[in-house]
Design a protein around this ligand. Sequence first.
Ligand SMILES: [Zn+2]
Ligand SMILES: [Zn+2]
Length: 169
Amino acid sequence: MIVNNTLFYYGQMLKKNYNKGNAMEETYYQRNREKILEKQKQYEKENYNSNKRHDRYIKDQKNKAQQTRVRREIFPNKVRLEQKEYYKNNKLSIKRKRREDREMFKEKYRARDILQSAIRSGKLTRPQICQKCLLSVKVQGHHKDYSKPLEVEWLCKKCHMQLHHLKII
Ligand SMILES: [Zn+2]
Ligand SMILES: [Zn+2]
């Protein structure tokens, strides 16, 4: 009975405080209504724009990648030349980006290098089929754990990209 009473009073106290809190919020809102609404509007505007910009950016990137894929199929030589030209003109920034990537994903590149040299030296053989879809195509090694460079899952390009949530359109 004592316990029940205590709980009852505790509940009452919470309710009172809750109402008090609500009342305080209410008055704060009344007093600063204009400011709050203005801030809300501003926030929505900014985020709406940035979300939209981001969506557009992703869409553009996807479209570009798709266009290159299609063009490469139709004019393989032309696209190869263009890419060569692009590399020549942007050599420095491409190299810098690559260096930054290597720095940022040290573990990943280390694992990749070790795997490559194991294949080259014949210590490891690259299988001919994808372990996931069982198609017999060129496969890539996917590391689940970069600290175990020789433990890889062999996947075709499509399955590998799907695994990294980069679906091919
Ligand atoms: Zn596959
Ligand atoms: Zn992978």
